[in-house]
Design a protein around this ligand. Structure first.
Ligand code: PLP
Length: 435
């Protein structure tokens, strides 16, 4: 028999025979992800427009992405300056801090963000991090395979993509949805607050005030979700990154305002929008001691124990400087400056909401949230509306279809901008649509 070269041996046979792995396997789930479509496509269209219309491009106003525009509250800036100086002395030097966050920040959060509003959260139930995006993604580390997972549609894309990466879905369909996820439609009929699913689910993502729709949920609506979760032994992953925008005192700012939520919810919060920390990076997770999941044999396991273990293994804490800045937001002056910042953005939202309404469009959000959600006029789809606003008003908005198939036919305008820009956007909406 002629000798066969290695190249002619089928790879599988060769690999098995050697019983040595010859190349690293990647996480195939990543290959299921649709190419980041929304923001790259917005960028592509804006760049193409700027190249072909250089004069008009000078007038462009971007109301697309949800990044803040205004300087940070001075209390945070001064606290961070002092924290930098601390690091220059032996006496006040700080190296690695506690993975869970400094006690003084967690205590400020527990007292000012919760207990002052009559909500029971303890210092050791708070885990400080570098932001809610990481936390809402990383939380999947502690949940096993096989969970039924419910996500609203439209939705903040991070919840979906991190489940794809974790192998909790099948492949995607042409409309962008993934096999295996339970989509909860958010529509004008339900005021963009999802209804309970007809089937059992194990994990439920909820986000109020909502990105992208700006919707808020009433106490009764959240109560239904808490009752569902308790009856189904499900866990609600509650993203309240925009809670600081809630002005109406009847609307819950925290899921833990709802009786029974401590048994069935995790809450994610962020200083990004509250204190303008998008570039500074700080957020936190609240996991009540009562919250349990189940191991593969059906035994109860404390969720905070798992998250604590995960945090101390994979995270070395948010920076000392940043945590000092975050803590300063809870001082008297920090709270007053934060309130002024929020009121600036909410003022913008109100102007945009009214401009769209006066132009005859159907609008939602914008009252307790920095996003205005608008139905495209004249039967336009989301991308047609994007192009119209880009070419005829030189304003960049976000097409609703980028947040899920139920976002088709809508667009989002962000209120994160200067007042001058917002006034100008309102004038352009008026001249383009007012009849
Ligand atoms: N959650 C929602 C719903 C968001 O819209 C965003 C950011 O836009 C985040 C979380 C991310 O927050 P952070 O900046 O703290 O990572």
């Amino acid at each position: 028999m002629p000798e066969r070269g290695l190249d002619s041996v089928p790879f599988r046979v060769w690999n098995e025979a050697l019983t040595i792995k010859t190349m690293p396997n990647i996480n195939d789930n990543f290959l299921k992800l649709q190419a980041g479509y929304l923001f790259p496509e917005i960028g592509r269209r804006v760049n193409a427009f700027a190249e072909s219309h250089p004069e008009a491009a000078k007038r462009l106003i971007r109301c697309g992405i949800g990044d803040v525009t205004e300087p940070l509250p001075m209390a945070a800036i001064e606290a961070m300056h002092r924290a930098v100086d601390d690091l220059s002395t032996h006496e006040r030097f700080h190296g690695y801090g506690p993975e869970q966050g400094y006690f003084w920040l967690r205590e400020a959060i527990a007292k000012k963000a919760y207990q002052a509003h009559g909500v029971h959260v303890e210092v050791d139930e708070i885990y400080v991090s570098d932001g809610a995006k990481c936390d809402t993604g990383n939380i999947l580390d502690i949940f096993g395979p096989g969970n039924r997972i419910a996500v609203p549609d439209p939705v903040y894309p991070v919840y979906v993509d991190t489940n794809v990466m974790a192998g909790n879905t099948g492949s995607s369909s042409p409309d962008g949805s993934y096999e295996g996820l339970v989509y909860l439609p958010c529509t004008p009929e339900n005021n963009f607050v999802p209804q309970l699913p007809d089937e059992h689910v194990d994990l439920i993502y909820l986000c109020f005030p909502n990105n992208p729709t700006g919707a808020v949920a009433s106490r009764n609506e959240l109560l239904k979700w808490v009752e569902y979760a308790r009856a189904n032994r499900a866990i609600i992953l509650y993203d309240s990154a925009y809670e600081a925008f809630i002005q109406d005192s009847s609307i819950p700012r925290s899921i833990f305002e709802i009786p029974g939520a401590r048994d069935c919810a995790i809450e994610f919060r962020s200083f990004s929008k509250q204190g303008g920390f998008t570039g500074v990076r700080c957020g936190y997770v609240v996991i009540p001691k009562e919250l349990h999941g189940y191991d593969s044999e059906g035994n109860k396991v404390s969720i905070s124990r798992l998250w604590s273990r995960r945090t101390s293994t994979k995270f070395n804490g948010a920076s000392y400087i940043v945590q000092r800045g975050a803590a300063a937001l809870f001082t008297m002056e920090g709270m007053a400056q934060t309130a002024a910042l929020i009121s600036h953005y909410l003022g913008n939202a109100s102007l945009l909401l009214n401009a769209c309404r006066q132009a005859g469009m159907r609008v939602w959000g914008g009252e307790n949230a920095p996003y205005v959600w608008v139905q495209c006029p004249d039967g336009l789809d989301s991308w047609q509306m994007f192009d119209k606003m880009l070419h005829e008003a030189n304003v960049v908005i976000t097409p609703g279809s980028g947040f899920g198939s139920r976002g088709e036919g809508f667009f989002r305008i962000s209120a994160f901008n200067s007042r001058e820009n917002v006034d100008e956007v309102c004038r352009r909406i008026h001249s383009l649509f007012a009849r």
